[in-house]
Structure formats: structure tokens, C-alpha cells
Design a protein around this ligand. Structure first.
Ligand code: GLU
Length: 498
């Protein structure tokens, strides 16, 4: 066996990449980034992107998790060429449905002299490990069952003795090396890898066996995944050698850390893609942010849309060092996308948020599109998250508003005489505006006199009116708000507060 880095054959094969989540939970940020990189790489190279569900852990894999992963990928805008829902020529795309192919692969390994039964019991193995450790040696399997003849092995199996299947690594095998697209030349000494288990005593395949058998069967050319799998790679390469199958390229992505440089976890903030959807992030902002978390277009561009990713993504620009997740930057990016959004789309999203909050009907945009398009720029430039919209605009949709605590303390209770005077003058001014002319321009012109008439600074003169209209000291611009609220409602609110 050669000790040279494994050379890959994939130049001649069309690119095929896969995202292979284990459905033991929902889709988290690291998984989403891996999916984005695989997908973008397939798109940029004109290859195929495959979604495979590694559901071999029967206890922790659930249909709910599978559904959640699929809907999170769809929400992000990631489409797959083959996989669940879509099907494809290399299916099935659930590992639990691929048992026959693992049996076949095991037969091939056996025929090639690369697999053997091991009858060592867990107790024996533990004892051996203990002794090896005490001697300071490797705690890997000592190969006791390698020397069983086929007849002995078959006889013991026939007698009902439980056994596992192990990979038979050739004794003269040199170091296992590969050229990782991210980590560069990576090498594992042959003696660092023992004859690991391929198939458990219950007949189920291990991850290191099933995963690479699937990759071979699905003609995967590039395995792009988290670098927690680097140490599995030599094992998987050995399986491929035993099968006589081509070895794909590998690209192992660095981990995602929290802002403090420690492994990203719940403690830092939300880690699930669906949580970001619920918290009011746009899929394109999250995709953009995750894409740049470990990859760059040119070292400076920060706003990169899906189309750019789909044309320019490459493996060369993937960063080797871990990326720190910056929640503030993601939120900033989200607000940039909201601001730049087509007004019609923003308006529709806004109505959806309002409808979900129970403030309007889902078809309200169709009832009064112009009204919503007037509101849109006022809201879009003040929105960081979609979840900001309902609280910010609520006062426009309810019948009456109650002054909030700040408004009561800082305005109403502070100088009741001024409040009363300001509201009376405002009422008079607004009543004099012809209902035909109830728009921001006319309201603004008429209201310009308010501070002088009240005899107070502009901020103090307008504040009571703002509280009457919106119930708060902070709100959308006052004149625009009154236009949108309408003449009757505006005057009613002033009267109510007076
Ligand atoms: N199901 C494995 C995981 O989620 C896949 C790893 C791989 O890409 O090979 O970690």
C-alpha cells in the first residue's frame, strides 16, 4: 500500500455533493452552513446536490426532526436535486431504507479479504482495553479474531455465537493521507487506526461504514462537512480501498464558535434555524451570514445574495480557522435586507406579521394596497427583525390606545396643564383641516404653528399628541401616523385623552 496522499479521481466525474444530517434534533446553524456550502458548491460547478437522511440511530431519529430539517432547508431557500420528497436515481435517500446496500458492501469487503467476524465480547474487549492502557499502549482492538479461519468463523456464527464485523486493515498498510481542500495535507499513521467495527452484532451498520458506502453508491465526488469528522476520514478511506471504490475529495469545515471564541451553544443564543425564523430573521440574511462565516467572496463584500453564492462559491476561499458567530452582525445584515427589499414584498411580509399578531386579516394588503405602501418605508427603515413590526405599528390597527408607562410618567403626569393645552390646540388645528386634504403634507403645514400657539418648545408641544395618537413617546413619524390613522380616529384619540 502506498503512503502517498490519496489521489482523487474526481476530475472526470461530474460534481455530486451531499448534506447528510442525522435527524436526532432540528437543523442547527453549523448544519445549515454545511448544507449551504454543499448546495452552493453544486450550483457553482453545475453539479448535483443530494440530501440524504442518516437516520440510523433509531432511538433519536424521529419523523418530526426529519420534517423540521426539511422545512428549515426549504425556508433557507436550499433546494436539492435528489433526496426526500424529490427522489432520484441513487435512492432511497434514507439510510434505514438502504440496508441491502450495506449487506452487499460487506460481502464485497469479505470477498476482497477486507472484513472478518469478531466474536470478542464487550466484557473481553473492556478488559483488553484496560490492560493495554495500563501498559501505556494503544487501546484499539488487538485483532484477536483476525486469525480465525473462514471455517472456524463460519462454524461459530452457525452455532449462534454473537459477532460483529470488523474491517481487516492490511498489516503492511502505510499511513492514510488525504489532501483536504480546507485543512491541506492530512495524514494518519496506520497504527493509529484499529480494525474498527463495520456492522454491529444486531446487524446494524456503524456510521463509518454506512456513510461512506452511501457516498460511494451515490457517486459523491466531494465530501464537505464539519471538521469533527476529520478523524473518521481515514477509516472511511480504508473502507473505500477495501471496496475498490474511488475516493472523493474532502473539505472539512472549521467549527462555529460563539462571540467569546468558545464552541457555539445555547448559552450564546439561539442555535436552531427555526428559532431564527421565529425571531424575525429573513432566510436570505441568515444564508448570507452563514455563508460568510468561514468563506469569503473577495475578502470584503459582506452582502452576498443566493445568486452570487450559486455562481461564485468555491472551496479555495473556505477559511481554516474557526469562525466566531456575531449576533449583532447578523441582526445588522437582517436590517440591511429589510431596508433594501422591494416595497411590495416588505408590505406583504408586514401584513403577514400583523395577521399573525391578530391585528389584521391575512388579505388586508389586497383591501388597501396604497395605504400599506405608504406605511412601508416608514416601517422598513426602522425594522431590524420582522418581529419588531407588530409592536411598532400596533397603534394603527387597534380601536383605542392606552398610554404606556413612560408616556404616563414622562409626559402626562409631568405637566398636565401643558398636556391639556397642547392637545386642545392640536385638536383645533386638526379639526380645521378639510377632510379632503387629510394627508401628511397638509397636516405638517397646519401643525407647524403648534409650538408657538402652545408656547412650548417643539419637543414638549408635540409629545402629548404623540402619546394620544400612538400611546407611546416613541413611534413612527407623527404626521405620517396621523395621515395613516385617519382624521376621525386621530381626533377621537385626542378627545379620549383630554
Ligand atoms: N450524519 C452525519 C452527521 O450528521 C454525517 C456526517 C458526514 O457528513 O459524513 O454528522
Amino acid at each position: 500500500m502506498s503512503t502517498d496522499p490519496v489521489t482523487t479521481d474526481t476530475a472526470a466525474r461530474p460534481v455530486r455533493v451531499r448534506f447528510a444530517p442525522s435527524p436526532t434534533g432540528s437543523l442547527h446553524l453549523g448544519g445549515a452552513r454545511t448544507a449551504i456550502y454543499n448546495w452552493a458548491f453544486a450550483r457553482a460547478t453545475g453539479g448535483s446536490f443530494i440530501l440524504r437522511i442518516d437516520d440510523t440511530d433509531p432511538e433519536r431519529s424521529t419523523p418530526e426532526n426529519i420534517a423540521q430539517i426539511i422545512s428549515a432547508l426549504e425556508w433557507l431557500g436550499i433546494d436539492w436535486d435528489e433526496g426526500p420528497v424529490r427522489g432520484g436515481d441513487y435512492g432511497p435517500y434514507f439510510q434505514t431504507e438502504r440496508a441491502a446496500s450495506y449487506v452487499q458492501a460487506l460481502e464485497t469487503l469479505q470477498a476482497n479479504g477486507w472484513a472478518y467476524r469478531c466474536f470478542c465480547t464487550p466484557v473481553e474487549l473492556a478488559a483488553k482495553r484496560e490492560i493495554a492502557r495500563a501498559k501505556g499502549g494503544s487501546a484499539g482492538y488487538d485483532g484477536a479474531c483476525r486469525t480465525l479461519s473462514e471455517e472456524q468463523s463460519q462454524a461459530r456464527a452457525n452455532a449462534g455465537e454473537p459477532f460483529v464485523w470488523r474491517l481487516k486493515i492490511p498489516v503492511d498498510h502505510g499511513a492514510i493521507a488525504f489532501n483536504d481542500a480546507v485543512c491541506g495535507h492530512t495524514e494518519f499513521p496506520a497504527d493509529s487506526i484499529d480494525d474498527f467495527v463495520l456492522v454491529r452484532s444486531d446487524g446494524s451498520p456503524t456510521y463509518n461504514f454506512a456513510s461512506i458506502v452511501d457516498d460511494a453508491a451515490m457517486a459523491i465526488t466531494h465530501v464537505i462537512r464539519g471538521n469533527d469528522h476529520v478523524s473518521n476520514t481515514p477509516k472511511q478511506i480504508l473502507v473505500l480501498e477495501g471496496l475498490g471504490a474511488p475516493i472523493p475529495n474532502f473539505a472539512h469545515l472549521s467549527m462555529i464558535n460563539g462571540p467569546d471564541g468558545k464552541k457555539l451553544s445555547k448559552r450564546h443564543g439561539s442555535t436552531g434555524v427555526e428559532e431564527y425564523a421565529d425571531e424575525g430573521y429573513l432566510p436570505e440574511a441568515l444564508m448570507n451570514y452563514l455563508a460568510l462565516l468561514g468563506w469569503s467572496l473577495d475578502g470584503e463584500t459582506t452582502l452576498i445574495d443566493a445568486d452570487t453564492l450559486k455562481t461564485h462559491f468555491n472551496l479555495e476561499h473556505i477559511a481554516k480557522r474557526p469562525a466566531n458567530f456575531d449576533f449583532t452582525k447578523l441582526t445588522w445584515m437582517n436590517s440591511e435586507y429589510l431596508r433594501a427589499m422591494e416595497p411590495e414584498r416588505f408590505a406583504h411580509l408586514m401584513v403577514e406579521c400583523l395577521a399573525r399578531a391578530g391585528l389584521v386579516a391575512y388579505d388586508d394588503f389586497e383591501q388597501r394596497p396604497d395605504w400599506y405602501l405608504t406605511l412601508t418605508p416608514l416601517v422598513s427603515e426602522r425594522t431590524k427583525l420582522l418581529t419588531d413590526i407588530a409592536p411598532m405599528t400596533r397603534f394603527l390597527f387597534v380601536d383605542t390606545v392606552e398610554p404606556d408607562e413612560t408616556a404616563r410618567k414622562k409626559v402626562l403626569e409631568k405637566d398636565p396643564t401643558l398636556v391639556e393645552r397642547a392637545l386642545q390646540v392640536a385638536q383645533e388645528i386638526l379639526e380645521n383641516i378639510d377632510p379632503e386634504n387629510w394627508d401628511t403634507e397638509h397636516i405638517e403645514a397646519a401643525m407647524a404653528d403648534l409650538p408657538d400657539s402652545v408656547g412650548a418648545k417643539p419637543r414638549l408641544a408635540y409629545q402629548p399628541l404623540r402619546v394620544a395618537v400612538a400611546g407611546s413617546t416613541v413611534s413612527l413619524p407623527l404626521n405620517e401616523s396621523m395621515e395613516l390613522l385617519g382624521r376621525e380616529k386621530t381626533l377621537a384619540r385626542i378627545r379620549a385623552l383630554l
